[in-house]
Design a protein around this ligand. Structure first.
Ligand SMILES: *[C@@H]1O[C@H](CO)[C@@H](O)[C@H](O)[C@H]1NC(C)=O
Ligand SMILES: *[C@@H]1O[C@H](CO)[C@@H](O)[C@H](O)[C@H]1NC(C)=O
Length: 464
């Protein structure tokens, strides 16, 4: 058995949590590493395989868990696109041969795969805001194009959709039987992989996928900041964060040595190899069980991979400590969080529109939102990651609304900075909506440490 197979088998054998309680150590372990129970040295290959998110047995999740007297009001879903082909090639090597057509007799498979293809191939009519209309509706190249969604990526989101359907539609009746287009809010960036991921999720989710009821808006910014993207202080945080990253890399002599060795193997200058971001391509090899590339000078191998991945983990650790990324995230995530609480507040007023919102996005979208919410321990968004905000009404006290936050099926509500330890003071298993609103309207700016209490001031603070 080759190494990759052994590792893939290992990840399939990792027990999926069946715990009923979201705070159970097992379920938390997969999402939020626990410094007490997890070994201090994280295993780079184990981490990488979690990132791949290879579909296996159906996943248990904590979405929709609430006492009987709670009514589900609305759901806001942020996803990362599913498994994709690399965005970069390792110079002077053959790129991995991965087939991006969708076929039933190839793994991973989902029972709705053929129906999805046949439905998509009939075309969409006028279901998208320009320029989304020019994008293909499903992956369809015998040799994947750069960044193209793979069959794995489609299956991951069909699964997400099916899971959310069982919970939100079948169990909680979020949408009425005669639901209409107004009840969905759909938004995606302009990449084929995000649009296709959103379509696959909806195909798994909706009881009838009727193009007349689907309208995807186009979001030009990966931060989903719409009309509020201009924020100079956010950019300053980002520049400082990039400087931190650069300095950490320079300190890692083993990393430099590894890039040097790999550059020799592929026979290009080290700088060029590094600029080609080889980890992106190597992850694709790993996730798809395709051996790393070789040249007549030798092979890129698992030891190279481990060094680069270990550095990535180290980088994430330092990123949390130094908090520059947190500053970037608080400002970067404000517009989308503000939009979300606006939508929630309208729902609390009894409006029946936009009960289900879906934002089909990227790691660079989810990561700042997680960080801004105070979930800095959360793992980097894997392929097809999902971050969900649920809004609930207490039927016994109809004026009280509460939220739950779930990341990849794990309830992280009480890990957020706006609701930390709330459950110790309150018997309710969720967080008052006011906490989230107060955080987004004011406290997230206070957390930046200046004197600003609103987005505009925080973005234009002098002398930062
Ligand atoms: C990985 O690939 C090897 C051959 O390249 C194959 O024998 C093995 O079955 C594959 N493993 C998995 C888990 O697909
Ligand atoms: C926040 O949302 C409100 C509407 O809910 C809007 O009027 C305001 O401009 C938004 N602010 C930002 C910075 O996006």
């Amino acid at each position: 058995m080759d190494v990759l197979t052994a590792l893939l088998l290992l990840v399939h054998l990792i027990p999926v949590s069946t715990a009923k309680n979201g705070a159970s150590s097992k379920s938390r372990k997969r999402i939020m590493p626990d410094p007490v129970t997890e070994p201090p040295v994280t295993d780079p290959v184990y981490e990488a395989l979690l990132y791949c998110n290879i579909p296996s047995v159906a996943e248990r999740s904590m979405e929709g868990h609430a006492p009987h007297h709670f009514k589900l009001v609305s759901v806001h879903v942020f996803i990362r696109h599913g498994d994709r082909y690399p965005l970069y090639v390792i110079p002077k090597t053959k790129r991995p041969e991965i087939d991006c057509t969708l076929v039933a007799n190839r793994k991973p498979y989902h029972p709705k795969l053929e129906a999805f293809v046949s439905h998509m191939s009939k075309g969409s009519g006028a279901s998208f805001e320009s320029p989304l209309n020019s994008l293909p509706l499903y992956p369809n190249h015998p040799l994947c194009e750069m960044g193209e969604l793979t069959q794995t990526g489609v299956v991951q989101h069909l699964q997400n959709g099916q899971l959310l359907r069982d919970i939100y539609l079948k169990k909680h009746k979020l949408l009425p039987n005669d639901w209409s287009a107004d009840q969905l809010y759909l938004e995606t960036t302009g990449k084929s992989r995000t649009l296709q991921s959103g379509l696959a999720l909806l195909y798994g989710f909706l009881p009838d996928f009727d193009w007349k009821k689907i309208y995807f808006r186009h979001q030009p910014s990966a931060l989903f900041c719409s009309g509020s993207c201009y924020c100079p202080v956010r950019n300053q945080y980002l520049e400082k964060e990039q400087r931190r990253q650069y300095l950490l890399r320079l300190k890692n002599s083993q990393l430099e040595k590894t890039y040097g060795e790999m550059a020799k193997i592929v026979d290009v200058p080290t700088k060029q190899l590094r600029a080609a971001n080889p980890i992106d391509s190597m992850l694709c090899h790993l996730c798809h069980n395709v051996s790393f590339p070789c040249t007549r000078n030798g092979c890129v191998d698992m030891e190279h991979f481990k060094v680069i991945k270990t550095h990535q983990i180290e980088d994430e650790r330092e990123r949390r400590e130094k908090k520059l990324y947190l500053g970037y995230s608080l400002l970067g995530a404000h517009p989308i969080l503000n939009q979300t609480i606006g939508r929630m507040q309208r729902a609390t007023e009894g409006r029946k529109e936009e009960l289900f919102a879906l934002y089909s996005a990227h790691d660079v979208t989810l990561s700042p939102v997680l960080s801004a919410l105070g979930l800095s321990e959360a793992r980097f968004p894997r392929f097809a990651a999902r971050l969900i905000f649920e809004l609930w009404q207490d039927r016994e006290k109809p004026n009280e609304h509460s939220v739950r936050i779930l990341y990849n099926g794990v309830d992280v509500t009480f890990h957020t900075s706006f609701c930390q330890d709330h459950h110790k003071r309150s018997p309710k298993p969720m967080c008052p909506l006011e906490n989230l609103v107060r955080f987004v309207k004011r406290d997230m700016f206070v957390a930046l440490g200046g004197s600003s209490t609103n987005y505009y001031d925080a973005c234009h603070r002098e002398g930062f």
